[in-house]
Structure formats: C-alpha cells, structure tokens
Design a protein around this ligand. Sequence first.
Ligand code: GLC
Ligand code: GLC
Length: 655
Amino acid sequence: MNVSNEKSNYADLSFEAELTLKRLKPQLKQFWETTDELQPSIDAFNSRLDEYWPDLFNLLFQLYGTRYDFFYHLGEILLTCGRAWNNRDDELRQVDQKRIYDKDWFQSESLVGGALYVDLFSENLGKLREHISYFKKMGITYLHLMPLFAVRPGNNDGGYAISNYRSVDPRIGTIADLKGLADDLRESGIVLVLDFVFNHTSDDHLWAMKAQAGDPEFQQYYYIFPDRAMPDRYEETLREIFPTVRRGNFTWHDGMESWVWTTFNSFQWDLNYSNPAVFNAMVGEMLFLANTGVDILRLDAVAFIWKQMGTGCENLPHAHTVIQAVNTVSRIAAPGLLFKSEAIVHPDEVVKYISPEESQISYNPTLMALLWESLATRKVDLLRQSLSHRHKLPTHTTWVNYLRCHDDIGWTFDDADAEVVGINGYNHRQFLNKFYTGQFPDSFARGIPFQHNEQTGDMRISGTMASLAGLEMAVEEGDDDKKAAAISRILLLYGVTLSIGGIPLLYMGEEWGMMNDYDFIKDPAKAGDTRWVHRPKMKWEYLDNLEDDGAIRNQIFSSLVKMIKLRKQTPAFSGLTMELVSSGNNHILSYVRQSNGNRILVLANFSDNPRKITGNALRTAGLGRFFKNLLSDEVVATSEDLVLEPYELMWLNRD
Ligand code: GLC
Ligand code: GLC
C-alpha cells in the first residue's frame, strides 16, 4: 500500500519514459487497426501523446513505479486513452481544437454560472432542456448539474454515492438525454459542468459488490481491514468529516467481517488510489463522462484521495500527483476538458490544487466564508487581509466565486490572517456559528448547525442565502425595513462575486430568494443531514407571478439579472486581476478591476449604516473628476465625499 518512488534509481527518467512509450506503441497501433479511426486523428492523438507522455510517465512512476506490474498498468492506461479518443464525437474534437489554442476561454466576463439538482429543478433531463430559455433569460452561461448518476437506494448523499458512473439515475433520464442536453447547451453557448465523484463509490457499485462477494482483486479497490489494528492507527491522526453520521472514518461490514474506509457516509467507500488498477478504472469513467459532452469536471472531495499512515490523510502530496496524472490523461484523450477542484480546506491547501497542470479552476471557499463573515461583523478587515495575498492565482487558472452551494458553510479562513487584524480564529468561529444559527443578539440569520462535533465544538452552517441574509426572519416578522435590508445584503454579496475576478456561480433558487425548507426532516433518507434545508424544490409558480405577490422575488431576480447583464458588458470584469484600494473605512470593501482598457472601481458597504468615502480616496483610486455608477446610472463628481447607503454596492466607471 502507498507505494511510492520518491527516490528513483533511474538517473534519467525521461529516457525511461521514451523507451517505455516505444515499447507500448505497437499495442496502441494494434488497437487503432481494430477501429475506423482516420489517420489524421490518430496522428493528432499521437502528437499529444508524445507531448504529454513524459509528464504522465513521471507522475505515474512516482505513484506506482515500484510495482512489479507497473508496465502492464501503463499499457492499460494508454489503451484507455486511445479508446476514449476513438469514442469522442467530432463536435467535441472541434471544441478540443479550439481550446488548445484558446487556453483562457473560461476567463471571459461572459461566463456566469448556475448550479442545480436536476430532479429538484425540473424533475428530469428532458424537462431541463425545455428550461434553457430560463438560463438565457438570466444570463447563465455555465451550468453545473449536481450528480445525476445511478445511485444506491435510500440515502445517497445528494447523488454523491454513485453506483454506476456510466448510467444516469433512471428517475432523471438516460445517457442519451444527457448527451442531448449537452448538445443543446453547446448550441446555446452554455458550458456544461458535471461532478466527477472520484474519492469514493457507493457500497453498491459493481466493484464494491465484487469486493463484498469476496473477490480479492476488487477488495484491493478499497481500503478494507480485517480488524481494528490498522484503522486504529490511522484514526490517531484523522479528522472526522461527518461525526454525526458515525464516529471515526471506518465502517464495519458484516458480510466481509471487515472494516471499510468511509470518510463520509458509511455507504461511501473510499477508493484506493495506491492501486494502479483503480487509477486506470477511474480514468476510464472520467473519460466516459468527458465524452458525454462535459466541458468542466468538478473534482469532488479532492483533499481525501490519498492516504498515508501517520498523517491527516488530507491534501497529501500524492493526492496532487493523482490529480495531475488525471489531468495529463485528459490533455491526451479529451484536451478541451477542464477541472474544477472542490477543496474545502485551509486556504493554503486550496491553492495547491490550482494550476494548469492540476485544476484550472477552483471553488473559492475562503472568499465565500469571509463574505458571510463581513456581513456578520459589518467589517471588511479580515476579508481585505485575506484577499490581499490570496486572490491572485497562476496564469491560465481562475476562481469560482460562490455564496451558497448544496453544501454547508465552514469557516475556513486562516488564523494567521485573523491574527493580523486582531481576531482570534477559534473565538471568531464560535461567534460566527452563533451568529448564523441566530443565537447571537440581533442576528438576522436563520441557519442551522451541520455536523456539530460535541467533542471539538466544531460546527458548520446550513441554510439558504436568503435565510442566512435575513429574509426569512424579515418575512416572518412582516417587517418591510428588515426585508429591504435583507435584499440589500443579498445584492451586495452578488455584486462582489460578480465583479471581484473569477467565475461567479449561483446556486439556483438564490435568484428568487429561496428560503430554508424545513420539510426535509419528513424524509427519512434526508432527515439526518441538515444540508437538505437549503436544497428545496424549484417553485416555478413563483416566477410566473413576479409582478404582484412576488415583489420580493421580483426585486431580487430582476436586480440580479441586471447585474449579470452589466457584468457581461464590462470588459474590466474578465480575468482575475484585482487591486485592493484603500477606502479609508473599515466597512467598505473597495477594489479596482482593470482589463482591456476598461477600469472599474467597486465599492461595497458591509455596514447597516451609511458610510462615507472621501473624494480624495476616490481620486487616489484613479477615478478622475467624474464617474458613473453603472448600477444606478448616476454620475457623481469626486470633488465631494461619497456616501454609501447601508449595504450599498457601486460599480464605478470613470466617465
Ligand atoms: C463533497 C460534496 C458533498 C458530499 C461529499 C462526499 O464535499 O460536495 O456534498 O457530501 O463530497 O461526496
Ligand atoms: C467537504 C469538506 C467539508 C464539507 C463536506 C461536505 O469535502 O471537507 O467541509 O462540509 O465535504 O459537506
């Protein structure tokens, strides 16, 4: 287990790579002869293979080089690539070709994302195709469909317990429906994002079933132990991710009379990537997904994919090596495909997954958490401190900026950043948990705890954007001022994620102020997981009635759509480069975005009081004498101080 080859005996690995490829190529040639692949596209494949093989060999050698069967597995991986290319449609190959030369296509200001559960949004894939006009109306150009594959019966962790990566959940549709949708989306200029849940399979996946039937080959696909000896040793350094589900990280399996590694739910079996057969098998599943027409794969739970005794088994160097190898495979077999990492961990670790060679795109959990933090404290010092050295990323990569998603909020800011601004991280997290569960005096939030660990005091927060921002309470109290404040908070947060640099991602339902749905506890398969409180069904009837009763929804919806439209018309909002400027005020976040000769100053007042920024500060930020607020069309002179209303947001363009 955990075979690695850090100290290789080979002086010149690139020579070994070349020699190995020479030895393997006849096998590949034989394969092409069994297909109808035309020579030019075989040549294109081969030229990418020649380009990326040295990297791929190097990465796989680090992971599996000491295995006696290394050479065999390399051959298999190569064939997996060949087969996938052979199965790739012409249309996707054309997209590949375009993206090879346009590496930064995803940096465009025209990219605006939405994420949804197909069953909750439109019941099935067929009906989703009918709703493309809705995405167009909103300006959504990037659509993340939550896992829609075949799952185990009962609790399936919101689709994250997959029993077959090659078949769609029959309640949602078929692979043919998925491909049809992908075609329609491509035609509409909408990018398709799907999950690649590669840390674990469901306990009823074929491999897990074979393991349960006693097949040793498939028992090696997972981490299975006959007694507590190894699990106990691992536990000494492991964290608990779902402590309310089960203590520890292992689940006893009666049939096998063994312990299985299950980081998340007990029915989600962690895959054993120290076995090259697992790597090859999962790369096969990944390329199958790529060939359905996916543009971006969301790499689920990346932090956990490599285990090593004596460590926390999170963010290990070989986890990166595995992902880089997966990425390199796709450069060869599906070159247009990008990866988005889901690493909801310490910001120092999040950033390590981001590079053109690993994940070109990453969730930005620190920005997410700190925007909520700023809303609670009404101050932006911690947010600024974090942004000042954490926003920048390598070229050809970007952030996905989100406020809510299907998961909980964890306060993953850096304690050292907090210390710089005089905040104690531990106490502050306690405060934020109290605030967002509505237990702090004057809190406007209606969140509920997720995975409260009594032992460590650790807790995360569930709740929809609107409920966390105060709308639920305001509506309940029938208080118009509070309603207005909640809406302003929501729009303020949108205004930042739409402008700060990166791809904004909405969790669908947010656009009409969806509130917590406490009915989830009626469903036994959901009752134990409070994240379901923020995963309600889309209520289309609300949107039909935007005019009268739906005043709040209308206001949120139309303001958001307007902001999305403006973002797309504003070249300064492309890419990532962002410069913080001093607002001279601890309540106003201020930054400049500049691109293609266009320059925008963003001001965001996180306070529930009016706050002032001096004309001098504005002029220093390079605004000149007059500027226009794109959001209100007002023109203002910098000869005077500028007052921002509570929670007011401005996108200022030099006029
Ligand atoms: C990711 C998903 C989450 C799921 C977990 C296990 O974090 O976002 O919903 O519970 O992985 O798959
Ligand atoms: C993720 C994160 C954790 C998150 C969970 C899903 O991988 O590590 O913070 O809450 O899985 O909910």
